[in-house]
Every structure is written in structure tokens, then in C-alpha cells.
Design a binder for this molecule. Sequence first.
Ligand code: ADP
Ligand code: MG
Length: 335
Amino acid sequence: MSSSEFDIIRRYFTDQQPSRADVILGIGDDAALLRPSAGQSLVVSTDTLVSGVHFPVDTTPEAIGHKALAVNLSDMAAMGAEPAWFTLAITLPDSNENWLTKFSQGLFALASEHNVQLVGGDTTRSPQNAPLSITIQIMGFVPERHALTRDGALVGDGVYVTGVLGDAGAGLRVKQGQFKPPASVSKLLLGKLEQPVPRVAAGLALRGLATAAIDISDGLNADLDHVLAASNVGADIHIDDIPRSDAFQSLKLTDGWQLAASAGDDYELCFTVPGMHEKEMQQKLDALGCVYTKIGIVSKQEGVRWYDESGNKITLSLTGYDHFENKKQKFGSEQ
Ligand code: ADP
Ligand code: MG
């Protein structure tokens, strides 16, 4: 390792973070030594963010640092896991000090909030003109047999989502110049796109109550489908019940529900709860101040059926939103 790489690691990644008692040896040796707790399953997930593919190239470094960790924390949330440690593999075009300072600020602000410690990683320089790439592997815990998986949804369960949907998708369109809402609305929508808030506390609260869960990274339509397919069930969803923010509603899109149901990057949770656990789930999420909405019911017939406010079946059409069909092009990548 050259001294400049070592400098980057020491200056930007070693000193700014929480220090956990279950880290025996963190950054600096050939590998980290970690102490998993007895009776817990180790939950491990990895997500890579590539500039121009997963975020627009002009995204601020703070937002990139935040989002790189947020998407991984969101996977922990969707498993009902308590996040503990992460590693960071970063491939940089150069060692721009300003960029690294701000990136690490965004990263560690969120890491501190969730008491997750960076325990190692890899730092490499990319060839000229290659995009910036950031891979985080996150590790956490869930008591054995209590993980929230995708395959447990049962006929009759309510289908729920946390928060509101569509803001990040609308934010992307603002960024692309498709909508020009007032500055306060733009700021809100862009904030949702660039600084998603992972629902870690909600995921923990849903342990033992939700029968299945997933985080909405690719859009409600796609992600709910994963749950239903894994559980061998279907769902009836009422589009009017899909929660949308005031900022989103103020755009007055004629088919706003289509965007809310198909746009990705909201990082809310979609989960199923049987009637007998509904009250307890409501109490727990209310106590957290976590907004949630019931949008439909798990049914026997496979696939999703969408209904409008009059109860008429309608089709979710992605026409006009074709960049959803190829996620790689969503943020204007040339790859
Ligand atoms: P090795 O050559 O043994 O793979 P490296 O020189 O790549 O070791 O890294 C030295 C130490 O710095 C290791 O503990 C590694 O985990 C850590 N490290 C390297 N890059 C990062 C990074 N981006 N974030 C956190 N830790 C890092
Ligand atoms: Mg290495």
C-alpha cells in the first residue's frame, strides 16, 4: 500500500467513528476481528453504488457517503436486524481532499446515528475516466429464527408500507428537469432521493409481528412482487391508499399513483402483518413516530391486482417511465 493510500485511510476513515465493544480489532491489520453475540444470527449484506448508475454524477459527496451506507442499513431494516459493523471498498479516480472530507462526513454522520462501526475495507484508484464505485458490506444481528424474510406472507395478511412513496422518483425527475416545482418542493423531493432515511427502528419493531418484509429500492411494484413470489401468494392493492407526501401531491401529476407505485429509491419498508398482530404493530410503530399505511391484502391468486378508488381493476403501466425498465440508465449512465 502506498503512503498516500494509507494517508487516505487514516485521515478520512479511521478517526471519526463510533467505537464498539464487540470490535476486537478494527481497521489497520490484515483483517478485522469481531465478536458476534451468542444466540444471534449474523446478518450480512452488500450493496455497490456506481456513479451515474446508482446516483447522478453531480450528487454531492456528503449525499454519496450518506446514501452508500443508508442503502445497506435499509437491507438490515428489511431483515429486522440490528446493524453493527461495515466494511468499505472504494475505487476513486483521484484522492481529492475536499471530496473525501465531505464523503466521510456524510458517511460517519449516519454511522454514528446507528452506532455502526467501520472495521475495514479497501482503497483503490480507478483507471482514467472510470466511474467512482463504492461497495459497503454491512453486518448485523437478529435473534435466531426472528429474521424478517420475504417468504412468510400469508393469505389475509394486511400489506403495509412505511412513510410515503414516490418522492425519490419525483426528485429524480426534478433533477432531470422534467418538473419545475417551487424551490421548497424541489428541495424536499431531492432530499428524499439523495438522503434516504433507512427504517432500522421500524424493522426491529416488526420482529415477531410481520410475516414478511422487504425494503423498497426498486419500486413498490417490483419489490412487493418479490415478497409475493417468495411467499407463493398474490395481493390486492388499492392505489388510492398508496401514501404520497404533500410535496408529491402538489405536483398534481395526472397519474401520480403510477410513479408512486413504480419509482425506486424511497427505501421505505413494505411488510405483511396478520390481523392478530395488527394492534401490537400499530402501537410499536406509533411509539416510534413511524408513519405506516395499509395499502391492501394478501390474496391467494398470484400476482398483484391494482384497484382504483371505485374498486375498478386498473393496470400499472410503465409507459412514459421507461427508464425504470432499465435501472442502469436511470441516472444517465453511459455504460
Ligand atoms: P491489505 O494489503 O492487507 O489488504 P490494505 O493496505 O488494503 O491491507 O489496508 C490496510 C488496512 O486498512 C486494513 O485493515 C483495511 O481493512 C483498512 N482499509 C483499507 N481501505 C479502507 C477503507 N476504505 N475503509 C476502511 N478501512 C480500510
Ligand atoms: Mg486490501
